[in-house]
Design a protein around this ligand. Sequence first.
Ligand SMILES: [Fe+2]
Length: 263
Amino acid sequence: MIDLHGHYLPGVDDGAPDLETSLAMLRLAVVDGIEAVAVTPHACSSLSKIKDLTLLRSRRDEWLAVLKEHDPGIKVCFGAEVFFTSDLLPLLRENRDLLTINDGSYFLLEFPADYVYAHSKEFVFRILTEGFIPIISHPERNAEIQRSPAILRDLVRAGALCQLNAGSLRGDFGHMAQRCAYDLIQGNLVHAIASDAHDLDKRKPELSYVPALLHGVDPEKIDLYLRDVPRAVIADEAIPDIGEATSPDRHRTFFDFFRKRGT
Ligand SMILES: [Fe+2]
């Protein structure tokens, strides 16, 4: 499995607080069967302890040098979880190596927790023409998308990708996020599932439990979420076709069954 989202870089956000924790998190990922991770600290966010991107880049490079000495046994590439700000486009242009995944076209885009900006769809169109492909991180945790998954459908149809948090399927972020997570899968709106790992306790780097929560879903689709799409993102290649994005039907009992199994 390949994990596209994790806060391993120590001391820069609400993720790993120190080097020892970051190394232990990588070892835990290896034990879970994860072969590669994208290290994605918060950027341009209230959760960023390092606001200056030049300094964040230095921290990244220093940690990478230490990793080479310790050889954690896992492939590591870098990116960031970039908060949606008005000056995002120039920031991406000037800091592609820091903010996009593996210095490619894809980047994790984080929305506010409570709402979606009215101009988000236009922003997706605009940023695609500039050669950047947004992967919306854990939209199932967004209150407006929970109320109306069609908002995400429109963003996906516009060309954005969607990354679900594995923990949402398990109920780690509450019932609303859990219900929304299954709705998004049912609506064919999910491209990747990632751990969004922050620590060694409640938000560990784990993905191996995901297939059991999706036992009614085509195994090939689960492979897309956990392997094929993340692999293409890191390689900066076109992602495999996941089918047409639709509006989730909340009356389907089939997915109610999943929800009961997932709690
Ligand atoms: Fe995150």
